[in-house]
Design a protein around this ligand. Structure first.
Ligand SMILES: [Zn+2]
Length: 345
């Protein structure tokens, strides 16, 4: 009896604080069954002000896994920010078993400037999604990557990173197809999200991205490409993706309810990505999601006299993931991205 009693009370003690522990990310502290907002400091701005990003922490009433959702790692991909806000509005912390951490504007300086990359980067690339896991004493973007990645590895059990393509009908996703359980769980995230075009991304794809580094550290991860950059998205796209996030949260057991089964989905083997070698006025002739065959006309270039200069042709067969919307095309712009070798899984 004497030996049993302390063991019992010890187990009770360790369970209780865990259940009641608040979820803390930066200055956001959410007690069980509540939502809190705050800031996560990444670096410092030229005027000495903190370079910090907004964080929303939703702590379920009951313990469970933590889903981390993030947007605008590329600063002008605003659709993800709105999707995250809509998802958060749909959550009821009191009914949740687990947590959601939402970071709606990761590269905040690029976000403010309406650009993809940081305006303060001089020596590096300034592309935050090429600067993970980052470095505490690197360039400004590497330091941002380091601070964000530290918070991710400390907090997240699953990660969803929102991006956009060029055009509003962009809807496909990648999962981190790494070895073992993490790869399998990443695929489960992808299927619960349920966009019809899915790319299983090998570990060499986007090696310095947040999503692949998270997966390499044992955090199942997907990238969602939903909507177009800048203002190229609408409320229907936002609502659809928020529904899909709720379905992921259901699959993880964070939100109550049975997750929807998606049936067969289309997997692509890789993407073919071609830059334009022609400048001019460009008019696309295909849409995102459309199936095309190598050699099909995907758009036309005109000169400033109104003459047709050239027809752009598909470099590969497959599904259009996204393409340049025109009307202004310089050489080197991304012309088209195609998911190749589609198959049903
Ligand atoms: Zn992006």
């Amino acid at each position: 009896m004497a030996a049993k009693k302390p063991a019992k009370s010890k187990a009770k003690k360790s369970a209780k604080p865990k259940t009641n522990r608040p979820l803390v990310v930066g200055t956001a502290t959410a007690k069980p069954g509540t939502k809190a907002t705050g800031w996560l400091q990444l670096a410092e701005l030229p005027d000495g002000q903190p370079l910090q990003i907004p964080v929303i922490a939703v702590r379920g009433a009951k313990p469970g896994p933590t889903l981390w959702v993030e947007a605008c790692i590329h600063g002008d991909e605003y659709a993800g920010t709105f999707i995250i806000h809509e998802f958060i509005r749909r959550l009821n912390a009191k009914a949740m078993s687990g947590n959601v951490v939402a970071v709606p504007a990761l590269n905040i300086t690029a976000f403010q400037a309406g650009k993809r990359t940081s305006p303060f980067e001089i020596h590096g690339t300034g592309d935050l999604n090429r600067n993970f896991p980052g470095s505490a004493d690197g360039t400004v973007t590497e330091q941002m990557g380091h601070a964000i990645f530290s918070a991710i590895t400390k907090t997240a059990d699953y990660l969803i990173d929102f991006h956009t393509g060029y055009v509003r009908e962009t809807r496909w996703l990648l999962y981190a197809n790494v070895e073992g359980e993490v790869g399998k769980k990443s695929e489960r995230l992808a299927r619960a999200y349920g966009f019809d075009v899915i790319l299983p991304a090998p570990p060499t794809t986007l090696g310095a991205s947040a999503f692949m580094n998270a997966a390499k550290r044992g955090i199942p991860a997907i990238i969602v490409e939903s909507g177009g950059f800048g203002p190229a998205f609408d409320d229907r796209i936002v609502a659809d993706s928020a529904d899909r996030l709720v379905n992921v949260a259901r699959m993880l057991g964070i939100v109550p309810g049975k997750p929807a089964e998606r049936g067969k989905l289309t997997y692509v083997a890789d993407f073919a990505w071609v830059n334009s070698r022609q400048g001019g006025l460009f008019r696309p002739t295909v849409l995102g999601g459309q199936r095309i065959t190598k050699g099909d006309v995907v758009g036309r270039f005109y000169d400033l006299y109104g003459e047709l200069v050239e027809e752009a042709r598909a470099p590969a067969s497959g599904i259009v993931l996204t393409l340049h919307p025109g009307p202004m095309m310089t050489t080197g712009d991304t012309l088209i991205q195609i998911g190749v070798n589609p198959r049903e899984v």
